[in-house]
Design a protein around this ligand. Structure first.
Ligand SMILES: Cc1cc2nc3c(=O)[nH]c(=O)nc-3n(C[C@H](O)[C@H](O)[C@H](O)COP(=O)(O)OP(=O)(O)OC[C@H]3O[C@@H](n4cnc5c(N)ncnc54)[C@H](O)[C@@H]3O)c2cc1C
Ligand code: FES
Length: 339
């Protein structure tokens, strides 16, 4: 039985390949048209170097000049010596064009629903079942959605884990002056066809065998990526904190779904944080960084994922730096407007 490998590149493109039992990752990639850079094929030159971000693997021969002990501890790999023990995700620190990996997958999908889940947020539902193979992406990654009648696209994180029936959901903040905003408000029709390019992004769940506490911090529709991750993660007793920052409490979305995670994860804690609350709001007020438990963060090695506006990502980074919190892995995705 083989495994699936996601190959992520520095230009944000991701390709999924099958890797047969006992097959080397490099051979599997080349067999499927992705010519990863290579030279010796013997574990010596390090030309095929990458990093395993999720999944189990083993390596045959790795020369000490190719990867140091620290590199190995950091899960760096030589693709020519790596065999998979489970499905896995790898990162290569060069553009995919370096290995003639081709274009990202373009698909058509039909709009099945446009649900206004708050006055500034739309849950866009698409049916991509006409695409015969199951659509693959890593939880936390995003799609480029082309705005019909334009050549423009906007990036949106999948709001769910991959599904066999290829039903897709995206949580989209409505900007009245935005190109996508105007399309959703005035032109989008149920039954309409939309083009997407998938999948993109290096913001996805990392391997966490040690069950380190996970902190998910969402600003507005940054929540989408975390819905995907929480759907994808198996039930466990791992410590999970979800912080969800919005301006007004009526902008909180998908509350029933978020609360349902307490059944799946026995140590799941949800912290909505409102920066401009009404007088009725009883919960956390202000900004997320004011509510992070510094002592708790110092106490364990943790993983932190932050997704949303650049100001949120920068504020959390500064908070960690100001409090000398260095015992965590930090991953972020900024919602910078598309070029
Ligand atoms: C990797 C990635 C993932 C993303 N995922 C999501 C997602 O899951 N959900 C989501 O809602 N958005 C997401 N975004 C943002 C999204 O791609 C668009 O930028 C956003 O929806 C605005 O598109 P628009 O066409 O409506 O506005 P545009 O026509 O692009 O912009 C209209 C005006 O609003 C300003 N503007 C653009 N973006 C924002 C913003 N976020 N806040 C305030 N003002 C803004 C612009 O500067 C401009 O003045 C993501 C962005 C990136 C890069
Ligand atoms: S090609 Fe030389 S180490 Fe893999």
């Amino acid at each position: 039985m083989g495994h699936s490998a996601a190959l992520n590149f520095a230009d944000g493109k991701t390709f999924f390949i099958d890797v047969q039992e006992q097959e080397f990752l490099l051979d599997a990639a080349v067999r499927q048209g992705i010519t990863l850079p290579l030279d010796c094929r013997e574990g010596v030159c390090a030309t095929c170097q990458g990093r395993c971000d999720a999944g189990q693997y083993e390596q045959d021969y790795v020369d000490e000049d190719a990867l140091t002990e620290q590199d190995l501890a950091d899960r760096k790999i030589l693709a020519c010596q790596t065999r998979l023990k489970s499905n896995a995700a790898f990162y290569f620190d060069h553009a995919s064009s370096f290995c003639q990996a081709g274009e990202a997958l373009k698909i058509e999908a039909i709009v099945t629903d446009l649900e206004w889940v708050s006055d500034e947020t739309v849950l866009l539902k698409l049916d991509a079942s006409q695409h015969s193979a199951q659509i693959q992406f890593l939880a936390g990654q995003y799609a480029r959605i082309y705005i019909p009648e334009t050549h423009e696209y906007r990036a949106y994180s999948f709001a769910h884990a991959p599904q066999a029936n290829n039903q897709l959901q995206f949580l989209i903040r409505y900007l009245p002056e935005g190109l996508m905003g105007r399309f959703l408000k005035s032109h989008c029709q149920i039954g309409q066809s939309i083009e997407l390019e998938i999948p993109f992004g290096s913001f996805y769940l990392r391997e966490n065998e040690a069950k380190r506490p996970r902190y998910f911090i969402a600003g507005g529709t940054g929540l989408s990526a975390f819905l995907s991750m929480l759907d994808q993660m198996p039930a466990s007793d791992q410590i999970i904190h979800l912080y969800y920052a919005v301006r007004h409490e009526e902008h909180l979305c998908e509350q029933a779904r978020i609360h349902s995670y307490t059944k799946k994860f026995s140590r799941f804690e949800y912290h909505p944080v409102i920066s401009q609350p009404s007088e009725h709001w009883q919960g956390l007020k202000g900004y997320v960084q004011e509510h992070l438990e510094t002592e708790q963060l110092h106490a364990h090695h943790f993983e932190m994922y932050v997704c949303g506006p650049p100001t949120l990502v920068e504020a959390i980074k500064s908070h960690l730096a100001d409090h000398q919190i260095e015992n965590g892995e930090f991953f972020s995705e900024k919602f910078i407007a598309a070029a």
